[in-house]
Write a protein that binds this ligand. Structure first.
Ligand code: SF4
Ligand code: SF4
Length: 119
């Protein structure tokens, strides 16, 4: 059944989120993990997202940002990093002790370097 046929039945098929890890861009992930190793401890519980100051006023979502970094999805990450206010509130709730604020700061730095061809 194709997407057009599926829509007639009142549901739709989501766009594939499959990532080819052999070809995805790992530069930002490696940059962040090297400078903030606690990033590896994140198990995507969403506690940071629930308490996030920016998330209460915008569509910003820190857990989603972490996923973009892991999956090498640079284009959506570029916009997402600009929404964090670096207030540090998320740091207080992370059960794994991830330095979340620094993760965002390092991701933003990596994006800037990527744009200048320095990464
Ligand atoms: S609270 Fe910590 S472990 Fe949970 S999603 Fe956020 S960074 Fe990851
Ligand atoms: S530092 Fe950024 S991600 Fe963390 S609570 Fe503040 S605005 Fe949200």
């Amino acid at each position: 059944m194709n997407v057009k046929q599926a829509n007639k039945f009142g549901f739709s098929i989501n766009r594939s989120r499959l990532i080819d890890y052999d070809t995805s861009d790992r530069k930002v992930r490696e940059y962040v993990t090297l400078r903030e190793p606690s990033f590896k401890l994140c198990f995507a519980c969403g506690g940071c997202t629930a308490t996030c100051t920016a998330g209460q006023h915008t569509s910003f979502n820190l857990r989603r940002l972490n996923t973009y970094i892991r999956r090498g999805e640079i284009e959506p990450l570029r916009e997402e990093v600009t929404r964090c206010m670096l207030c540090g509130k998320c740091l207080l709730v992370c059960p794994r002790g991830v330095n979340t604020r620094n993760v965002v700061a390092m991701a933003a730095e990596a994006i800037r370097k990527l744009e200048r061809n320095e990464l």
